[in-house]
Design a protein around this ligand. Structure first.
Ligand code: ADP
Ligand code: MG
Ligand code: MG
Length: 883
């Protein structure tokens, strides 16, 4: 079995298609080498080894050692250097690399292979002792920290003390001898912390580092990250061993990270940061503030240090050419790591870059317009749920900005909350319903849960590619990074900036688009959904088969949904109209009357109000179909709660308060959700449904007269379990339609159908479809009734079910495709067998959930319906489901 794949030196054994085997980093290193780009050679130990390692109780599969030895020999051959050879030592980095990019995994170890002899050799060979010992001390610190578990603060303290004693402020002031001294102090510190000597044998070092990568797959950090991102443990990580190139070899050497387009805005133009005479993670770690990649960036940010374009123009030009090659090859925006060693460019990583929702949208649209991808591909490039971020508030242009501090605009959007300094505190306060802003000197993978819980993040250190910035963009959290003027006191729980003091619990607002931290709560705005958004939606609309409707009943919501592109109403809940202040008394009067006469009198008061509601909905929706559900909830919900309520009804009806109280008590139910509700009300009190039907049909006629546009009504009878219920009620509704026609001389245009929300209805869909002209799957209730799980109470224990792995996802959020889904598909099939024109849709929360929308496409529903703000998400998800 092949466990190890070589890359570089002209060709590779693997390529980008082998991501599952080689991990993302390894696959792309191989691919770049195949493209002829300058990649330091190396080899990848595949992800299967990780699984074998754990299956075998942390032992390696047979034959692995021999394959590593062979790969190392190959590497020595291509580089012309040898491992542990003082005359020309091979040095390597050891890098983890899972299938999906995973912060929270082992940190990379650089400069592996150094010991007293090879360090001296490197000094001679490079003619730069300072460089050699700088590399050596970095290696001891990194390896001790990452592989041997010695805390890095031990080394930082040694360095600080040394600098103080010698009156140095910057690392750059240390000479070669100084670094050599530091190295010997580091080694003895490591030895006393470990109880044994720091390993000097390069092979032993390598073995240790490889083991550390595999061990890091099961750290709490990594497990948490996988849980948050739905990454299965079975994917495993690969290990990349790669020849070192050095960005710390003086003023013509550098290291950096770059994006081929701006990951915040999506603007076309290279974007990134670099540091001269630095190595690896210096840029990301925020130790020195990095310089801008391009001149344009530097000018835009008012940064005074020269950009790479200006400081290293030749390397920059070479890099820019590589960007183009990579973008054309991968047909997506790339996130790149590079190093320049004495003027020579080396590529160390490329991957599809993480981006904000805004950038994802802009890049997808731009690339389609550039002809790099098709419009269908553009549609597939934008995560539907990310559109939510586009609806993120921004600070109102006219808002008063009381700026406390300014940093970098690391992740867009505005957020407001109370200041917290600790991720655990952020998590607990957020769990208690408080909106918090997490303020940290810098963040690390240990802060992920706090960042997740916070509305926004502020850091005092770090650049645009710092941990905080990258993670915040991925999560869609607004973030301001590198607000250097902020002095944060964790112990005292406050920060100061510009002479002001902000305590934990104080409210601040952050603007991730400008990098400002503002005092207090600031007025915010929702963004416009024009431009690129509209273009992508046009492409999505072209690609999708299913229609998208909305669940709405107030004119404001209906209008919003229409602007978001709703093609009809999938669910108009008439009871929402019953609760309005001007009519609840009449509704109570109707419910509490103990005879038909009393009810009819009360209903006569409600009729004009309900008709007016429907008129305004029809006017907004024009000729789009509107599914109107007749009264559904248990009467229980409308009963008077207070004595005042009862007095109001008594005054209106002339009945005694005592009699009304008695009647209310008799209507109370033990289990109202399975009680007197839905079509059962229509059976007992047909006059209620008849009034509603009349309101609908008269409204149609009136609107048609007024606007000349014919409204289309779909009258929906809820909670049907048997065909007979529907037959009886359909006849009633049709009778009203006929009456309205006789009275007005106009025939209302309507369908009559039902909601499928009980398992029996799903099973008997064949006969129900004899009467029903449409089905709308009410999957909230269908989930509730299929699982026998109360939606109102499940919250208390659903968490346990998710933790125990009984539910993969909350079945009320994402449809249970196996159980509830089987009922849906069976009902769809049986219903259509009876009536091939049967219209099928879904209403309820699932209609706005991308995974559930995919399911709806797979069973061939005609439309999904969701809340107004989710309409764009549903349009995009429906398109992706169809592609
Ligand atoms: P991460 O997955 O955290 O980004 P990487 O393995 O990409 O970790 O490495 C971290 C840093 O070390 C990067 O800046 C990378 O460019 C640098 N690096 C990794 N391998 C080498 C190498 N062989 N030579 C020089 N720098 C390297
Ligand atoms: Mg790292
Ligand atoms: Mg990297």
């Amino acid at each position: 079995e092949k466990w190890v794949y070589a890359f570089g030196g002209g060709s590779s054994e693997g390529d980008a298609s082998m991501r599952n085997t080689l991990g993302g980093k390894g696959a792309n290193l191989a691919e770049m080498a195949n493209l002829g780009l300058p990649v330091p050679p190396g080899f990848t130990i595949i992800t299967d080894v990780c699984n074998a390692y754990y299956d075998g109780g942390k032992t390696y599969p047979a034959g692995l050692d021999a394959q590593i030895d062979a790969a190392l020999a190959g590497l020595e051959k291509v580089t012309g250097k040898s491992f542990g050879d003082p005359s020309d030592p091979l040095l390597v980095s050891v890098r983890s690399g899972a299938r999906a990019s995973m912060p929270g995994m082992m940190d990379t170890v650089l400069n592996l292979g150094l010991n007293d002899e090879t360090a001296e050799g490197l000094a001679k060979l490079s003619g730069d002792r300072r460089f050699a010992y700088d590399s050596y001390r970095r290696f001891i610190q990194m390896y001790s920290d990452v592989v041997l578990g010695v805390d890095h603060s031990l080394f930082e303290e040694i360095l600080e003390t040394f600098k103080e004693e010698n009156d140095y402020t910057l690392d750059t002031e240390l000479s070669a001898d100084d670094w050599e001294e530091i190295v010997s102090q580091y080694k003895s510190a490591a030895a006393s912390a470990l109880g044994y000597d720091f390993p000097s044998d390069p092979r032993e070092q390598l073995k240790g580092a490889i083991g550390a990568v595999f061990d890091s797959w099961m750290t709490d950090r990594a497990i948490t990250y996988r849980r948050l991102h739905d990454i299965p443990a079975s994917w495993g990580t690969a290990v990349n061993v790669q020849a070192m190139v050095f960005g710390n070899m003086g003023e013509t050497s550098a290291t950096g990270v770059a994006f081929t387009r701006d990951p915040s805005t999506g603007d076309k133009g290279y974007y990134g940061e670099f540091l001269i005479n630095a190595q690896g993670e210096d840029v990301v770690a925020g130790i020195r503030t990095p310089q801008c990649l391009t001149k344009a960036m530097r000018e835009a940010m008012g940064d005074r240090e020269p950009s790479m374009e200006e400081a290293l123009p030749e390397s920059y030009a070479e890099l820019a050419a590589v960007f183009d090659t990579l973008e054309r090859h991968y047909r997506d925006m790339q996130d790149i790591e590079f190093t320049v060693e004495r003027g020579r460019l080396w590529m160390l990583q490329t991957r599809n870059g993480k981006r904000t929702a805004n950038a994802a949208l802009k890049i997808a649209v731009d690339m389609a317009e550039e002809g790099l991808i098709t419009t269908d591909e553009a549609v597939l490039r934008v995560e539907p749920s990310a559109l939510d971020q586009l609806l993120h508030p921004t600070i109102a242009p006219d808002a008063v900005r009381d700026v406390i501090a300014t940093g970098l605009p690391a992740s867009p959007g505005a957020a407001c909350g109370t200041v917290v300094f600790d991720s655990d505190v952020a998590e607990s306060k957020a769990a208690a319903g408080e909106k918090v802003i997490l303020v940290r000197i810098e963040t690390s993978p240990e802060d992920i849960h706090g960042m997740h819980a916070a509305q926004g993040i502020v850091t005092a250190r770090g650049g645009m590619t710092s941990h905080a910035a990258v993670v915040a963009r991925g999560m869609g959290r607004p973030c301001v990074s590198g607000a250097g003027m902020m002095k944060i006191d964790y112990a005292g729980k406050f920060f100061t900036a510009g002479g002001r003091r902000v305590e934990e619990g104080d409210t601040i607002t952050i603007d991730g688009a400008t990098g400002e931290v503002l005092a207090g709560e600031v007025k915010m705005f929702k963004p416009e959904l024009a431009g690129d958004f509209a273009k992508l939606m046009v492409w999505a609309d072209k690609a999708r088969r299913m229609k998208v409707r909305t669940n709405a009943e107030t004119p404001a919501d209906v209008q919003t949904a229409k602007e978001f592109g709703a093609e009809g109403i999938g669910l108009c809940r008439t009871e929402h109209m019953f609760f309005d202040a001007d009519r609840i008394a009449a509704v109570r009067e109707m419910i509490l009357s103990d005879d038909r006469e009393g009810r009819v009198a009360a209903l006569a008061k409600i009729l004009p109000m309900q008709r007016a509601d429907f008129e305004s909905i029809f006017e907004i929706m024009e000729d789009r179909p509107c599914t109107i559900r007749l009264l559904d909830p248990p009467l229980h919900e409308f009963l008077p709660h207070t004595e005042d309520d009862v007095r109001d009804v008594a005054a209106a009806t002339g009945l005694s308060a005592t009699a009304l109280m008695e009647r209310a008590r008799s209507l109370g139910e033990t289990n109202p959700m399975l009680g007197h509700r839905g079509c059962r009300l229509g059976i007992t009190f047909p006059e209620i449904y008849e009034m509603q039907a009349r309101a609908i049909f008269e409204a149609q006629v009136n609107v048609e007269k007024k606007t000349g546009v014919q409204p289309v009504a779909e009258v929906m009878i809820p909670l049907v379990a048997t065909a007979k219920e529907l037959e009886i009620l359909k006849a009633r509704v049709a009778g009203v339609a006929k009456m309205v026609q006789q009275e007005t001389g106009k025939a209302p245009v309507y369908l009559i159908g039902t909601m499928i929300e009980l398992p029996r209805a799903a099973l008997r869909a064949g006969e129900i479809a004899e009467a029903a002209e449409f089905f709308s799957f009410g999957t909230n209730d269908l989930t509730q009734t299929t699982f026998g799980l109360s939606r109102d109470d499940a919250g208390k224990f659903l968490g346990d079910y998710l933790d125990a792995g009984i539910f993969e996802k909350d079945p009320f959020v994402s449809i249970d495709t196996d159980g509830v889904g089987e009922l849906v598909s069976l009902a769809a099939e049986r219903g259509r067998k009876t009536r091939d024109t049967l219209k099928l849709g879904i209403c309820g929360e699932h209609g706005g959930d991308p995974a559930s929308i995919h399911f709806c496409e797979s069973v061939g529903l005609d439309y999904v319906s969701c809340s107004p703000y989710r309409v764009p998400i549903a349009r995009l998800a429906a398109a992706q489901a169809a592609l």
